[in-house]
Design a protein around this ligand. Structure first.
Ligand code: NAD
Ligand code: ZN
Ligand code: ZN
Length: 370
């Protein structure tokens, strides 16, 4: 079949809307009609090279839609099923999946080529194979996906909203709750209130943090953070540092969660300085693989037993976390509608990313036309 998708052809190039051919699903795959796709910062990293990948590539790794067709051997899905996509594929059987660390599934090795698990591609155009960001490609209204990337959800959930639960929501929430292990009474600092960080704020508040200090240079982000659980806000890391030491009477924060768009040495240093003895810095935001963003005094690391922890998908298991987030949403305990601050047509994807870089959105969402 034919589809239209937002693609990147090379490093530094803008998104381009192009017509592509899409193969039918092979064994273990499903054809999905995407209803909505979230604009996560990670797709912009594909453009800048902060996430290296093979080009050309269909963008988008946050999405929700409806299964239209299933390939041979697919038993978990039937046409008409609603799905949220996990930005990490989960095979269920590799050593890491078997140990309950399925965010680290060995299929993650595919995230450079971004082919489907059998090593071949479903999108084609001008004689070339197109990869699918995180094996998804939600910036196309149609895509063929591995069943390892799809989580079945209830039919009555709004697909335009729950698309966010494929990446930003569980990543942010788990940054606080899993990787940061926020406990009742804790003091948590969150650096960067985008689609990921706002959910770190919600997760920390829900886990019982007494003080949640949201840091972002953009005032409108801090307003949203205050509505969704932040007890304090700061425009700069220095301000946040002062607040963290004031409210803990000189002890320091229990967690410093780094969810900024592009991680820098400065923000890591600030986070490291803000935590108490045996406190933890959780690094969820990304920067290019060649950048040495973590420069901290080892002296303090050792003698204060400070910890630095990376976090992928919030340190949780996608097939567990996605339904959990949706249950909390249904119960009104996790806010999602409030996170969608702008809706775009696929043709306006470059505007959507400009708005992200200009700090206008908590999360922008593409609504697909069919
Ligand atoms: N580890 C994972 O599993 C995972 C998953 C998804 C996204 N990410 C990464 O998380 C990061 C955040 O993604 P997003 O979609 O929320 O991005 P975003 O651009 O929507 O939000 C980032 C926020 O950080 C703020 N910011 C920038 N520099 C800052 C600083 N020095 N101090 C405080 N705030 C600052 C911006 O104003 C913005 O509000 C990106 O690097 C993304 O690639 C990681
Ligand atoms: Zn993402
Ligand atoms: Zn696995």
């Amino acid at each position: 079949m034919k589809t239209r998708a937002a693609v990147l052809r090379d490093l530094g190039k803008d998104w381009e809307i192009t017509d592509l051919d899409l193969d039918p699903p092979k064994a273990g795959e499903v054809l999905v009609r995407f209803v909505a796709a979230g604009l996560c910062h990670s797709d912009d990293h594909l453009r800048t090279g902060d996430i290296p990948a093979r080009y050309p590539i269909v963008g988008g790794h946050e999405g929700a839609g409806i299964v239209e067709e299933t390939g041979d051997g697919v038993t978990r899905f039937k046409p008409g099923d609603h799905v949220v996509c996990s930005f990490l594929p989960v095979c269920g059987h590799c050593r890491f999946c078997a140990r309950g660390m399925s965010n680290l599934c060995d299929l993650g090795v595919l995230l450079y080529e971004n082919s489907l698990p059998d090593g071949t591609f479903r999108f084609h155009g001008d004689g070339q194979d197109y990869g699918q960001m995180c094996l998804l490609g939600t910036f196309s209204p149609w895509a063929v996906l591995s069943e390892h990337s799809c989580v079945k959800i209830d039919d009555d959930l709004p697909l335009e909203i729950v698309a966010l639960v494929g990446c930003g929501v569980p990543t942010g929430w788990g940054t606080a709750v899993n990787s940061g292990n926020v406990r009742p009474g804790d003091t948590t600092v969150v650096y960067g209130v985008g689609g990921v960080g706002i959910n770190a704020v919600q997760g920390a508040a829900f886990a019982g943090a007494q003080h949640v200090i949201a840091v972002d240079p953009v005032a409108s982000k801090l307003e949203v953070a205050s509505r969704l659980g932040a007890t304090h806000t700061a425009a700069t890391a220095e301000e946040a540092h002062q607040i963290a030491f004031e409210v803990t009477r000189g002890v320091g924060a229990d967690q410093a969660l780094v969810t900024v768009g592009v991680v820098t040495e400065e923000v890591i240093a600030a986070a490291f300085a803000a935590v108490r003895k045996r406190g933890v810095v959780v690094v969820t935001g990304l920067a290019g693989p060649a950048k040495k963003t973590i420069q901290v005094p080892g002296f303090e690391l050792t003698l204060w037993e400070k910890r630095i922890q990376g976090s992928l998908f919030g340190g949780g298991n996608p097939f567990e976390e996605i339904p959990r987030m949706l249950d909390l949403y249904r119960a009104g305990k996790l806010k999602l509608d409030e996170l969608v601050t702008a809706r775009y047509r696929l043709d306006d994807v470059n505007q959507g990313y400009q708005d992200l870089l200009d700090g206008r959105n908590v999360r922008g969402v593409i609504i697909h036309e069919h």
